[in-house]
Design a protein. Sequence first.
Length: 66
Amino acid sequence: MKASEIRELKDNEIQERIEAEKAALFKMKLSHTISPLDDTNKIGQARKTIARLMTEQRKRQLNNQK
């Protein structure tokens, strides 16, 4: 997910997406532990997507405080 796509989301959509991505990351890590994934880059991509979402969420929180 690109940063431009994240900026278009609403606050509650960002929170829902963070929770969904974290759940998906947990499942990927668990399945990778049991049997190796074909594409292990997906784990890193999921982590980066979560970080982008959380960054945008924090940015909005700081802008609302001003």
